[in-house]
Design a protein around this ligand. Structure first.
Ligand code: PLP
Length: 389
């Protein structure tokens, strides 16, 4: 028996592969500092956990509506309207198990084989994997370090064609930590407004930024009716394992996503959704404290990386990744990431795990303690001083 040919077009995620190797080394007695996985190292806030326990006791253990519980959709619509300066209602919201389904479902609903999808490179690997799986045509647009890891807008304009059906934006960005400047978002909206395209605006890091707040393209004139906002609870509330995310989209797309939900998941877990209401409507102090701590780690870790021979690291403006330029080492990304893991005990990802334009970079997730990040920078420094040409 052979697998379907489409399975040759779907990739795994390198972060999980590196984690497996790191765990093997740990099992053999090695001390590894984990900077590979994009998962906040904070506990889920207490009041959210209590709300989930209460929901279980209250019997929220059954199927719910495929689109999501009305009370959660109300809370999401109110929150998204307030934070993005737009007007959306619960009828525009689909609750799904995590952010990832909101990448897959719209693609399944919209794309025919051969349709072109523009997306950032380096970028979250699921974008390209899913585009290929569906047999659409990947059209990567490079992000440019000198532009704060925003797009090369000329390249963006050149890649747009009559076959472009979907454009993926991600800000704040994984893996670069870049935030697309407001002027660039406006320029992109100007390029797309008159076209028959949908924008998937991946705003999963919407609450984690350190400078200028990210601008959602949905808030610009004429863009709300052609934008899907993807957001969720994984990063903001340290809820990666709860699997709770959502999309906000035009009504005609809601129907399509609902059908995909009915046939794949039936619904998102009901008690998890009750916890989601507590997350959105309860105190936000834990979120502020987490962002503060990420800022402290970012400042110290990037400064330390900038002292490593051959490394150069811009201060990320959002998310919790340091995307260090390693071209000064004369080494390629993947072998250097491998050597750092095997020889220095620091697990990081080569930039090419996020696409070809990630060559020359390493991604470090700062979802580890301040002390461990400083230890990691020291190990990397020692390794490079011994091995740099
Ligand atoms: N989008 C981006 C840019 C991400 O980095 C991630 C997770 O790492 C997701 C979406 C998926 O989030 P979730 O874990 O909620 O599925």
């Amino acid at each position: 028996m052979k697998l379907a040919s489409r399975m040759s077009r779907i990739e795994s995620e390198s972060a999980f592969e590196v984690l497996v190797r790191a765990r093997e080394l740990e099992a053999a007695g090695r001390d590894i500092i984990h900077l590979e996985i994009g998962e906040p190292d904070f506990a889920t806030p207490r009041h959210i956990i209590e709300a989930a326990k209460q929901a279980l006791d209250d019997g929220w253990t059954k199927y719910g509506p495929p689109q999501g519980l009305p009370a959660l959709r109300e809370a999401i619509a109110a929150g998204v309207s307030r934070t993005r300066g737009i007007q959306v209602g619960p009828e525009h919201v689909c609750v799904v198990p995590g952010g990832k389904p909101m990448i897959f479902f719209p693609m399944l609903a919209l794309l025919e084989p051969g349709d072109e999808v523009i997306y950032p490179n380096p970028g979250f690997p699921t974008y390209e994997s899913m585009i290929r799986f569906i047999d659409a045509t990947p059209t990567p647009v490079p992000l440019v370090e000198e532009r704060g890891f925003s797009f090369d807008l000329d390249a963006f304009a050149r890649k747009l064609s009559d076959r472009t059906k979907l454009v993926i934006l991600n800000s704040p960005q994984n893996p670069t930590g870049g935030v697309i400047p407001a002027d660039d978002v406006r320029a992109i909206a100007d390029m797309l407004r008159e076209r028959d395209v949908i924008v998937l605006s991946d705003e999963i890091y919407s609450r984690i930024w350190f400078g200028e707040p990210p601008l959602s393209i949905a808030s610009l004139p004429g863009m709300l009716e052609k934008t899907i906002i993807l957001d969720g609870f994984s990063k903001t509330y340290s809820m990666t394992g709860w699997r709770l995310g959502y999309g906000v989209m035009p009504r005609w797309l809601v129907e399509a996503v609902n059908k995909l939900m009915v046939n794949s998941n039936s619904c998102t877990s009901s008690f998890t959704q009750r916890a989601g209401i507590a997350a959105l409507t309860g105190p936000q102090d834990d979120v502020s404290a987490m962002v503060c701590e990420f800022r402290r780690r970012r400042d110290a870790f990037c400064e330390a990386l900038n002292r490593v021979p051959g490394f150069r690291c811009r201060l990320p403006e959002g998310a919790f990744y340091a995307f260090a330029n390693i071209t000064g080492t004369g080494l390629k990304s993947k072998p250097l990431a491998g050597a750092l893991l095997e020889e220095a005990g620091v697990a990081a990802l080569g930039g090419t795990a996020f696409g070809e334009y990630g060559e020359g970079y390493l991604r470090f997730s700062m979802a580890n303690s301040y002390e461990n990040l400083m230890r990691a920078a020291q190990r990397i420094g020692e390794f490079m001083r011994l091995n740099c040409r």
